[in-house]
Design a protein around this ligand. Structure first.
Ligand code: ADP
Length: 622
């Protein structure tokens, strides 16, 4: 990940209070309409759709086969002085003898220099929280997953693993995050990690053992524990091939639980994410059933059902070391040959969540169920949908250091024009305020509806329109966009790359953002787009349906332009409706821009819903 984004997190810019001036009334009226309609939309149930596509997070590179080692049992590993995060504040957990950890939130804000002495003191001792501290029972939660911003990110999962624990830590929760210690984690974080201990852990069905090291980093009220083992985590990429990833994530899931036992940190809830951590509930209810950890409840969140961790039964049986009885058709077995790690996790966890209400409904249908629809229907009693949010510390057009010009809702109209000009200049496009600029920021895979885009691009391109693409992925799509760049030079720019800073500038400089996904569990780009006053054009599926209220051509309320069936003609129609609205009714378009910026897409609501689920799961604990 580029350093620019890291800088945005580790050195947050000063955050002034949101200003609202002359435009406030105009923005408020439509907002009321929008919110009441949004409320009614949440009641709508899901689907009608289709599916299919290629894996995202696995690249064809074989992981090194782990070497055999001498065996010692993890449970008997020498114990370091034990600390429970329930008892000790997070800061205490960072061992005193180690280098001082950098805690950006506690550094004096720039404004402190300009305020009188007493206020300066207050600013130091009470960093402004996201949300007021809430009363109610305290709960300890551990997040277990394979990626987390800013350490390692390949997609939206990393954003969630970063932002949700941070939000929960401000809602009376003790939060710990357990991650693999990949070699690709930037050195600036590696060098601040503190050694917490090590032990040998038997893993495989023949008793083969592996080293487990625990390295800790405390930041922003959240404790991050990294599972260290160079045999599994030394690749330059968190995901390699499925052949390498199966042993890696069997090891990681078991080591995460063993590390919790080792540290004597017994949480109320273990919250696992995607197939890479899906064996955690299975281990907990089998090999760890007699340990203190077994009192914990488990939640498994599906961020993308397409990726499930499927491989032949003998291999998964060997690497997981799980007892034979879990390889039955109601748990891990998918058919006579294959085992499915996600399926096993869904069976053994106490609660399943996914990242939007609509997607929770969709995945119970054959079209979206990725062969697990019947299994999910069976477990639907414990399935919930909670939409993701975005982190306002990172995604804030008023403080975003990567933008040409910062803006808020009061000055978005002129300043967005400045950002549009700067973007056109940066990308070598014709500089013209009057052009309608459409952005597309996406992995270039067919999940994202790019075959639709390719089919209609020539019909979108006219003298009033520019298109800016940012993404990497399937070679076919990359080449297609390169071809179109050449064909429409000056009006279409294909950035075939991953560039955090450029993404921020496209969100700020474009007029509209295209998200025509075939399926979309939640989607973050449309949320970021709205927060930057960029109108989303989306297909009504998954989280896109739950977060973008369609424009109503009579009342002019809504947040964006939508289409339902997966059809290029309907996408073209939605784009043309947006264009017509932009060119013929700029006053109402501008109102929509302000309404979108005003919409609450933060983690606040969603984190509360997760917290309520934790309380529901642990209601017996008072
Ligand atoms: P997914 O997780 O399916 O890839 P999401 O919409 O949930 O999609 O999250 C995508 C995230 O990755 C967003 O934060 C988006 O800005 C970012 N992103 C995607 N492609 C790029 C890229 N080429 N350069 C920079 N950021 C990107």
């Amino acid at each position: 990940m580029p350093n620019t984004k890291e800088a945005a997190v580790t050195e947050p810019a000063e955050k002034p209070a949101k200003k609202r001036g002359a435009n406030k009334a105009a923005a408020d009226a439509p907002k009321k309409r929008a919110s009441s309609k949004a409320a009614s939309r949440t009641k709508e149930t899901a689907p009608e759709v289709k599916s299919a596509e290629a894996p995202k997070r696995q690249r064809a590179r074989k992981a090194p086969a782990p070497k055999a080692e001498d065996i010692t049992m993890p449970e008997t590993a020498p114990q370091l002085p034990r600390e429970s995060a329930q008892e000790a504040p997070a800061e205490d957990i960072s061992a005193p003898e180690t280098p001082v950890l950098e805690m950006p939130i506690e550094t004096a804000p720039e404004t402190a220099e300009t305020v009188p002495e007493p206020i300066q003191e207050e600013a130091k001792s009470m960093p402004e929280p996201y949300f007021a501290p809430q009363p109610g029972p305290r709960r300890s939660v551990v997040f277990i997953g394979s990626e987390c911003y800013p350490f390692v990110k390949t997609g939206g999962l990393a954003d969630v693993m970063y932002a949700l624990p941070k939000a929960l830590s401000r809602m009376n929760c003790d939060v710990k995050v357990i991650l693999p210690r990949y070699a690709c984690i930037p050195w600036e974080y590696q060098c601040k990690m503190v050694y917490r201990g090590e032990f040998q852990m038997p893993l495989c069905s023949d008793g083969r053992s592996f080293y487990v090291g625990i390295m800790e980093y405390v930041w922003d009220g959240v404790v991050y524990d990294f599972i260290d083992n160079q045999e599994f985590f030394s690749d330059g990429n968190p995901y390699t091939s499925i052949i390498g990833d199966i042993p890696k994530f069997c090891f990681f899931s078991k080591a995460a639980l063993a590390a919790l036992n080792y540290m004597d940190w017994i949480p109320d809830v273990i919250h696992c994410h995607d197939w890479q951590a899906a064996l955690v509930p299975v281990y907990l209810r089998t090999l760890f059933q007699t340990t203190p950890l077994s009192r914990a409840k488990t939640m498994l969140t599906i961020h993308n059902l397409r990726f499930q961790g499927v491989y032949n039964i003998p291999t998964i049986r060997y690497w997981s070391g799980l007892p034979n009885f879990v390889f039955n058709k109601d748990a891990l077995s998918q058919n006579w040959l294959d085992a499915n790690m996600l399926k096993g996790g869904l069976t053994y966890c106490n609660m399943i969540t996914t990242v939007s209400n609509t997607y929770a409904g969709e995945i119970q249908t054959p079209e979206y169920g990725e062969t697990l629809d019947a299994h999910l229907r069976y477990h639907s009693g414990k399935l919930r949908g909670i939409v993701n949010g975005i982190d306002y510390d990172i995604w804030n057009p008023w403080t975003d250091p990567m933008l040409h010009t910062n803006y808020d809702i009061t000055n978005v109209l002129p300043r967005k024009k400045e950002n549009k000009r700067a973007l056109q200049e940066e990308l070598g496009l014709w500089q013209d305020d009057h052009k309608f600029v459409i952005g597309l920021i996406s992995r270039l895979t067919n999940q994202k509806g790019l075959d639709l885009v390719n089919a209609i691009l020539p019909q979108i391109m006219d003298e009033h329109t520019q298109v800016v693409v940012l993404g990497t992925g399937d070679k076919g799509y990359e080449d297609a966009f390169r071809y179109y760049e050449n064909a429409y030079r000056g009006n279409l720019c294909a950035n075939i790359m991953y560039d955090e800073g450029r993404a921020h500038r496209i969100y700020a400089g474009a007029d509209a953002l295209l998200v025509p996904s075939k399926f979309e569990p939640c989607g973050l780009t449309q949320l970021i787009g709205m927060h930057y006053g960029t109108i989303p054009i989306v297909r009504e599926t998954g989280g896109l349906k739950d977060t973008v209220q369609p424009h109503n051509e009579f009342t002019h309320d809504g947040n964006g332009f939508t289409f339902d069936r997966y059809d290029p003609g309907l996408l073209l129609d939605a784009i043309n409706r947006a264009k017509t609205f932009y060119f013929t009714n700029r006053y109402c378009w501008d109102e929509m821009v302000q309404r979108d910026m005003d919409k609450n897409v933060s983690w606040e609501n969603s984190a509360w819903q997760y917290r309520n689920l934790y309380l529901e799961l642990t209601a017996d604990r008072g």
